[in-house]
Each structure stands twice: as structure tokens, then as C-alpha cells.
Design a protein around this ligand. Structure first.
Ligand SMILES: Nc1ncnc2c1ncn2[C@@H]1O[C@H](COP(=O)(O)OP(=O)(O)O)[C@@H](O)[C@H]1O
Ligand SMILES: [Mg+2]
Length: 299
């Protein structure tokens, strides 16, 4: 049994929206996240999946305290951080970092990679005795980029490389948990696989925990230990990855799985059988799912 690093209990977020018509005075409450509970185990990956608009990003923002919840409780390493003072919040931020979907819009195009990656250190007031240039070089190497490129600008990198910069920035403050909100969704399939491998290597080397948010189950299958399925603001089902993929209980999960050609419970069982008998489990992969180009980490 591993320890729980982050737990959310009955997390709820209501947005106040304007009623019908631009000039309407009436207001509606809209529950984007409704009574969501989850545990993230230390060193493991909890994936949250569901269709666009089901509340995944709102859950990610509640879990990382980028957004205040309407009700519920958030605990980090057993400590209640639901309402955190400035000092607690700073500590939380150095432990929990976020990687967003669109690498280019989340990186300031006018700042050098060195400035981007070291920005979280400024927010946290963290001093780097050996100098930030050295730290940035180390981080660039860690994410598979050329350390000599620290004075370049985001526009000089490919999408996959830009996302590596986003990951390096998240790692600068040495977090224990990284929330990846559709972090590979904007990338080509082949590049997605490469970035997922990087995330897995970082997890193995640094003992990181992840909340990995995606609408694509084929992506989730490559990284999740546990999977939580979300629909219309609620978690409808959660379980270990293999349980969810081979034996989904909830109708909504079955529909989601059936919509992905390669993730059909029948096929998953056949895949498990092939693995058991030692045949290559992915002999059924479609050409599109195979890596055709390399991201080329070293531009
Ligand atoms: N700041 C906001 N104000 C009002 N509604 C919002 C806000 N942010 C998100 N929503 C709504 O909450 C729902 C869930 O959004 P989101 O969490 O972004 O879903 P997902 O990430 O699964 O696509 C959507 O209907 C969205 O329009
Ligand atoms: Mg989203």
C-alpha cells in the first residue's frame, strides 16, 4: 500500500452564470464539479477522463488550488489545505504544479526558455545557490532538451519540445505532484507517446505523483494506475486501470470505451491474453497509432 498524497472529498464547484439573453438580470448556478472525491497515491498516476465540458479542468484547478471550491475538502499529505493562508499556499504551490494543454499559449513568447523555466522560483522566492542558469541547464537535460538552448524563445521549438519546456518549468520547484491537464492532447499521436514516456521516466526517477487529465482513453491507458471517469460534473466510476479497461461497470464508461476503436473491452481481454502467452500485445495497432516521426528532443 502506498500513501495518499492528495485527496479530494466531496469537491463541488458552482459557477454563477447569467440567465438567458445578454442583458438578462437573472442568474443561474451551474455545478461544473459535483461532489467529486478521489485519492492520489504517492508515486502513482490518477487519470481523470471524460468528454469535453464534463468538468475535468475545473477539477484540476480545484485540486491544484488555482480555483476556490464552493464546498468540499482538500488534503495534501494528510493536512487540510482547503483554506490555506499565504504561507500554506506557498508551500502547497511548491509541492503541486500544473502542466497545461497548449504549450505555446502557456509559455510567454517574448521570454527566453531560461526565464520561463525559472519563473516559478521567483513566485516562490526560492534561491538557487548554484545559480539558476545551472539549474535550468539541468532541467533542460532532464526533459531531453539541449541545455545550450536556454537563451532561445518558445517559437523556436516544436510542439513536443515546447511541452517539454512546460514540464521543465513545473519541475523547477521540485514538486511532489504534477497535475497534467490535457498535457499531450494538442500533440501528434507519435509525439504524445514520446512525451508520455518522458512523464513515466520522470515519475520513476523522481517519485512524482500525477493527476493526468485527458479526454482520450488511448492516451490514458499508457500512463494511468487508476482511472476516474467523469460525466456532467460527477465521477461515475473509478478503479484500477485494467479493471476499468477490461471490465467497465458504468454505462457511460462502456460508451466511452466503445468510441475508441482500440479500446474495446473485448479487444482488451484479447490483448491481455496475448500478453499472457507472450505474443506482442500490440500486434493489432493501427498504422496511425505507430510512431512515424520522432519529436527529436534535440533541436
Ligand atoms: N469560469 C467559468 N465560468 C462559468 N462556467 C465555467 C467556467 N469554467 C468552466 N465552466 C463550465 O464548466 C463546465 C466544465 O468545464 P471544464 O472543467 O473546462 O470541462 P472539461 O475540462 O472537462 O472540458 C463547462 O460547461 C464549462 O463551460
Ligand atoms: Mg479541459
Amino acid at each position: 500500500m502506498s500513501d495518499t498524497i492528495l485527496s479530494g472529498h466531496n469537491l463541488t464547484k458552482e459557477f454563477i452564470t447569467r440567465g438567458d439573453g445578454a442583458f438578462s438580470a437573472s442568474k443561474n448556478r451551474f455545478r461544473a464539479v459535483d461532489d467529486v472525491s478521489f485519492d492520489v497515491q504517492a508515486g502513482r498516476t490518477l487519470a481523470i477522463v471524460g468528454e469535453s465540458g464534463c468538468g475535468k479542468s475545473t477539477t484540476a484547478r480545484l485540486a491544484s488550488k488555482l480555483l476556490d471550491m464552493t464546498s468540499g475538502t482538500l488534503r495534501f499529505e494528510g493536512e487540510d489545505v482547503t483554506i490555506a493562508g499565504a504561507k500554506e499556499l506557498a508551500r502547497f504551490r511548491s509541492n503541486v504544479q500544473v502542466v497545461f494543454q497548449d504549450p505555446f499559449s502557456s509559455l510567454n513568447p517574448r521570454h527566453t526558455v531560461e526565464r520561463i523555466i525559472s519563473a516559478p522560483l521567483d513566485y516562490q522566492g526560492i534561491k538557487v545557490p548554484r545559480g539558476r542558469a545551472a539549474l535550468v541547464r539541468e532541467l533542460l537535460e532532464r526533459v531531453g532538451l539541449n541545455p545550450d538552448h536556454s537563451q532561445r524563445y518558445p517559437g523556436q521549438f516544436s510542439g513536443g519540445q515546447a511541452q517539454r519546456i512546460g514540464i521543465a518549468r513545473a519541475l523547477a520547484v521540485k514538486p511532489k505532484l504534477v497535475v497534467c491537464d490535457e498535457a499531450v492532447s494538442a500533440l501528434d499521436v507519435s509525439v504524445q507517446a514520446i512525451v508520455i514516456n518522458l512523464l513515466r521516466d520522470l515519475q520513476a526517477d523522481l517519485g512524482l505523483s500525477y493527476i493526468f487529465i485527458a479526454h482520450d482513453l488511448a492516451v490514458v491507458r499508457q500512463i494511468a494506475d487508476r482511472v476516474a471517469v467523469m460525466s456532467q460534473g460527477k465521477l461515475v466510476e473509478q478503479g484500477d486501470r485494467d479493471e476499468i479497461f477490461t471490465n467497465p461497470q458504468h454505462e457511460y464508461t462502456k460508451t466511452l470505451l466503445a468510441a475508441v476503436p482500440r479500446i474495446n473491452p473485448e479487444w482488451e481481454r484479447a490483448r491481455a491474453a496475448r500478453m499472457a502467452e507472450g505474443t506482442h500485445p500490440d500486434q493489432d495497432v493501427t498504422p496511425r497509432a505507430r510512431a512515424t516521426t520522432d519529436d527529436g528532443g534535440q533541436a
